[in-house]
Design a protein around this ligand. Structure first.
Ligand code: NDP
Length: 500
């Protein structure tokens, strides 16, 4: 069915999420009955009250996850079985696409168009791709003399905590849970407090798909309680986290002060979009520049907010990207005609507006945007020209629809400014010269470089950051599954058999 504004609102009207936690195959309130509100950012209204899981709930979930893991019901099951369950889950997500997408949209403020794309295509694709990988991952045999046979095998790492952000709720759950489950781990998911609802619904679908009790648990709650309890739990083997650099640091501390669990971090960014002087300012380039900054309302860790443009092209680029920014429709996220929905919370809207005020105060030239509208938490796409490398809007992660144009004097200056940041997640380069493209791709200190088009890659390509954007861990690709596997060497002494 094609989604219309009316049908989306009709679905939203009949959704009745109960906000219960999912532990050991059962939906239940927090053990102490605590709850928190989840708000629709497009209206400011309360959607429902959600279980606020405390230390006792996390502990119960870890015990269930460990029991399931030790029983081997999933961890030692035939990989074909894990594949079948994950493929069924992919199919169930597809068949429940419309309700999941509307739920995601009202909980996060994301547009229904983006939610339909993420939930109709990307989320199931992740469960399918890693499900398919489950029975196609081979070990190795090391070269030895005839006195030994040395096998290098992979085993599931154990109980994994997945702590998620709010900007791509169900997609981030799939990015992390799909490879962890395919590897045979048991999983606890802590959704961001702003966006728990689609992930709780995913738990129900995973159960319907046949995932054994205890293998997947969803613990909604606040970072300082639920997140910290996961970070400090002595029986969790791995935490994979996506969110701010500050909180990523907390997880390293929690691990150091508890059981030295492995911590995989995917954090913030301040990514450059670089236009060299041989590039042509085409409609395609402008589309990529605008989408790299304004997609998901700029609430994206790889958003290309620093647009470094050779001085000769800077005015033409500014003029055209401003016109494109003005064409975005901001408003009701449930309307398929909307391009940018609401900021995730009132606090976040205020924070982004603070950066816009700072940009103007520090001398950047406001070309468009900078306005809010209500009652939801909306911000018009905003473009600044004449940004300089030392301005706050050029250095700090804004996480909102604020594009800054910084004129540069050539490739080497672009490289120097692009790398002059604590972050290193992503970069885009536009050039028609293959040698320059390769030079830039090799020199830019970040996890993904995208040439002549903004892209984060896809399920097949690893995604993660250099410097304070990440740890060595990578989401996506076969690398993501490696995060959730341990390597074991089995050395078998052999002897020549006696000749009969
Ligand atoms: P956080 O890093 O605060 O949150 C990410 C996750 O960590 C959430 O599940 C959160 O729970 C949890 N968390 C928060 N505090 C703690 C804690 N003390 N101990 C354990 N877990 C914790 O990101 P925010 O959502 O607050 O966003 C703030 C900024 O982070 C954004 O403006 C943006 O700059 C950046 N960010 C980056 C993202 C990325 O994709 N790399 C994604 C989201 C944000 P809770 O939801 O309850 O706070």
């Amino acid at each position: 069915m094609t989604m219309t504004r009316e049908s989306a609102h009709e679905i939203a009207g009949r959704l009745a999420p109960d906000g219960l936690a999912f532990i050991d195959g059962r939906f239940a309130p927090a053990s102490d009955g605590a709850t928190f509100e989840t708000i629709n950012p497009a209206t400011g209204g309360v959607i429902t009250h959600v279980a606020h899981c405390g230390t006792a709930d996390v502990d119960r979930a870890v015990r269930a996850a460990r029991k399931a893991f030790d029983s081997g019901v999933w961890s030692r099951a035939a990989p074909e079985y894990r594949k079948e369950v994950l493929l069924r889950l992919a199919e169930l997500v597809r068949t429940n696409r419309d309700e999941l997408a509307v739920l995601e949209s009202i909980d996060s403020g994301k547009t229904i168009t983006d939610c339909l794309h993420e939930i109709g295509r990307e989320v199931p694709n992740f469960f399918q791709w890693y499900g398919e990988l489950a029975d196609k991952s081979f070990g190795k045999v090391a070269p030895t003399g005839e006195n030994a046979l040395a096998l290098i095998v992979k085993e599931p790492a154990g109980v994994v905590g997945l702590v998620l952000p709010w900007n791509f709720p169900l997609l981030m759950a799939a990015w992390k849970a799909a490879p962890a489950l395919a590897a045979g781990c048991s999983v606890l998911i802590k959704p961001a407090e702003q966006t728990p609802l689609s992930i709780l619904r995913l738990a129900k679908l995973a159960q319907e798909a046949g995932l054994p009790d205890g293998v997947l648990n969803v613990l909604p709650g606040l970072g300082e309680t639920t997140g910290q309890a996961i970070g400090r739990h002595p029986d969790i083997d791995i935490v994979s986290f996506t969110g701010s650099t500050e909180v990523g640091g907390y997880f390293l501390r929690y691990a150091g002060e508890s059981n030295l669990k492995v911590v995989g971090l995917e954090m913030g960014g301040k990514s450059p979009f670089i236009i060299l002087d041989d590039a042509a300012i085409t409609d395609d380039l402008i589309e990529h520049a605008a989408m790299s900054a304004f997609w998901n309302g700029g609430q994206n860790c790889s958003a290309n907010m620093r647009q470094l443009v050779v001085r000769r092209l800077a005015e033409e680029f500014a003029h055209r990207v401003t016109a494109r920014a003005q064409a975005f429709r901001v408003g009701d996220p449930l309307d398929p005609a909307t391009n940018i929905g609401a900021m995730v919370t009132k606090e976040h809207q205020t924070r982004v507006m603070g950066y816009i005020a700072t940009g103007a105060a520090e001398g950047a030239r406001l070309l468009t945007g900078g306005d809010t509208s209500g009652p939801g938490y909306f911000i018009q796409p905003t473009v600044f020209a004449d940004m300089t490398p030392t301005m706050s809007i050029a250095r700090e992660e804004i996480f909102g629809p604020v594009l800054g144009i910084l004129p540069v004097d050539g490739m080497e200056e672009a490289l120097r400014i692009a790398g002059d940041t604590d972050y290193g997640l992503h970069a885009t380069v536009f050039t028609r010269d293959i040698d320059r493209a390769i030079h830039m791709a090799r020199r830019l200190p970040c996890g993904t470089v995208s040439v002549n088009g903004f892209s984060e890659g896809d399920v097949k390509t690893p995604f993660g950051g250099y410097k304070r954007s990440g740890s060595l861990a990578r989401d996506n690709g076969t690398e993501a599954m490696d995060q959730y596997l341990q390597t074991k060497t089995i050395w078998i002494a052999t002897a020549q058999p006696a000749v009969p």
